[in-house]
Design a protein around this ligand. Sequence first.
Ligand SMILES: [Zn+2]
Length: 400
Amino acid sequence: MHKPLLRIPYTDPFARPTIIPRSARTLEGAIAALHAFFTSPPPSGLPASTVVISGAGISVASGLADYRGTNGTYRVNKTYRPIFYNEFLASHEARKRYWARSFLGWSTLHRAQPNAGHYAVRDLAQLGLVSSVITQNVDSFHTKADPNTRTVELHGYLRSTVCTSCREEFPRDSFQEELARLNPVWAAFLRDAIASGALETEDPVEKRARGIRMNPDGDVDVPDAPYTTFRYPACPRCLLDPPRLASGTKSIVEIDRDGAWNPTSTAGILKPAVVMFGESIRNGVKDAAEDAIEGAGRLLVLATSLATYSAWRLAKKARDLGMPIAIVNMGGVRGEDAFFAHLEPSQLGGEGVRVEMPTDTLLPALVQELRRSGFHGEIISPARAERERGDAAIFRDMLS
Ligand SMILES: [Zn+2]
């Protein structure tokens, strides 16, 4: 069976969005449009609940980098080239390099917290408006802000490592402690870098001034500690009981005297529990995402350009099912014109919304407005929806 692999997303800028309805250019207008989006009767046969698809932009206010600037171009690092799954599996050198960088980066991610945008999504769920969240982010902020709402982490999560042989997962936190123990020079360097504040800045000049030397390709140079000396632990489970390989023979899992994975091994390699480029999304996750779309009657797209095919495909499915779509994103979104082409120019948000505003300001203001207007999560009955649709048709007839 053909499995779609996670590919490098589009890097070309998308066209600037057309704001829908036109009144949604101001904060007040955007709130009114989303209010109408959430409280209008759902299309015939669809439930009133909303599914959210979120992306990197929602975590920008938490201090994490977005992949795209507001004009839709990549801005983190022009020469950025992520590691591919096959490369990670095949190369001990590539893994050393990956884990060394991850070791330095973990403290920044670990300190970061969900922001007002994530908490507003939780509030929308508590109001009975949002039924589930599909996120492309691997930072676990949605589940941290709201452990109760069903959340599908489409591209996995950094909070765990997973064994590429036995699929057992382990907490990334304790893995970090193991990395520190196995790489004392790096651990000392990291302590100094944190103390100097060098990891808190994205600015390469500032980083250098505070003691981190960045190469032109974005790599970090640690004095006296090249990547080639970096060590990482083996899967503890495979170490105790080496699994059988596809060929049927028992694998070899060996460690050095400190416990680091030894290149004589043929199994027991841990990777982050994220979907790497060139790796396929697990069937269970794909099914859960599709169930979340099918179980809802509306789609709210938050802070993503839908550049990855796996996310765009879900939005396309929602459109094909006749679900109204609201998009809140800075910059253009892949194929967005097709999501809104059917809308009547006079609709005020009930059938579709396109807003260009940061989620951490817009969504909390929306929640506040919903509460102020006395919305407490009443579910619109199909009979009432039918009645209201009838009323809307009558008004349309009167106006035409
Ligand atoms: Zn294992």
